[in-house]
Design a protein around this ligand. Structure first.
Ligand code: CTP
Ligand code: CA
Length: 228
């Protein structure tokens, strides 16, 4: 429970947040991953707890401390993340900030792959489940407010509008993760909020903790509107 439990704008509400990358095993010593640090997702979880919510954070492997007052469930793979999210529901607000691996090796070998053959080993991939779309499209037990993230390197807003519709979320937080911007792994973030009605709001470049606090304030307003 956060320090404002029973008092803040999210008092009595439950919030689920996914954060970090996933690791998809190739063999016992190797995996496929991505550059997500988990900073933005963790900042949202911390801000939600500080706003009085009961928060579950489902996190891939990150080098971050657990946020204060948050129940943290650690997972490695996309499939584990989906199972942990399903186990953590119901929630009033679900925020999918994790950089979930889109693909995993078709087969994770039991033993370490050795170099001693002549041929380079093939790496066949299969698609992972989409955690956000699975939850957003549920007919029963869908959280009243479902927030997605979009990591884009090109035509950020165009892709964001398409992604919001495809995933079925209520709000999409889009950020430009081109290498020049330093968002992946960095401490600042420039986000665009895309709503279902097509509206876009672009925020100035801010510290990820501040983005987390502002997002949580917005989520609380949207939830209040929804609940009438
Ligand atoms: N997401 C998810 N499960 C996946 C892939 C993505 O829950 N297997 C979620 C992310 O947490 C994010 C949103 O979907 O909230 C968008 O992720 P993104 O990688 O930007 O979009 P994709 O649909 O995977 O499309 P692409 O990577 O091809 O742009
Ligand atoms: Ca993806």
């Amino acid at each position: 429970q956060g320090p404002l439990a029973g008092k803040g704008p999210l008092a009595g509400k439950t919030v689920l947040v996914t954060s970090g990358p996933t690791h998809e095993p190739i063999d016992p010593v190797r995996y496929l991953a991505n550059r997500s640090s988990g900073r933005q997702g963790h900042a949202i979880a911390a801000a939600a707890a500080a706003a009085g919510a009961r928060v579950t954070l489902v996190s891939g492997p990150v080098a971050l401390a657990d946020p204060a007052g948050v129940a943290v469930v650690r997972v490695e793979t996309a499939r584990e993340m989906l199972a942990a999210v399903e186990a953590a529901l119901p929630a009033d607000i679900a925020v999918f900030a994790a950089a979930v691996g889109d693909w995993r090796p078709a087969e994770a070998r039991d033993g370490k792959i050795k170099k001693d053959g002549a041929a380079v080993p093939p790496l066949a991939l299969v698609e992972n489940p989409d955690v956000l779309a699975t939850i957003a499209r549920r007919s029963e037990g869908r959280p009243p407010l479902v927030v997605g993230f979009a990591a884009e390197t090109d035509t950020v807003l165009e892709n964001a509008h398409r992604k919001l519709a495809k995933k079925g979320c209520d709000l999409l937080v889009a950020n430009d993760v081109s290498p020049a911007g330093g968002v992946m792994g960095g401490s600042d973030n420039t986000v665009h909020l895309v709503s279902r009605d097509g509206g876009v709001e672009t925020w100035p470049k801010l510290d990820k903790d501040e983005v987390g606090r502002r997002l949580v304030a917005r989520f609380a307003e949207l939830l209040a509107l929804r609940n009438g």
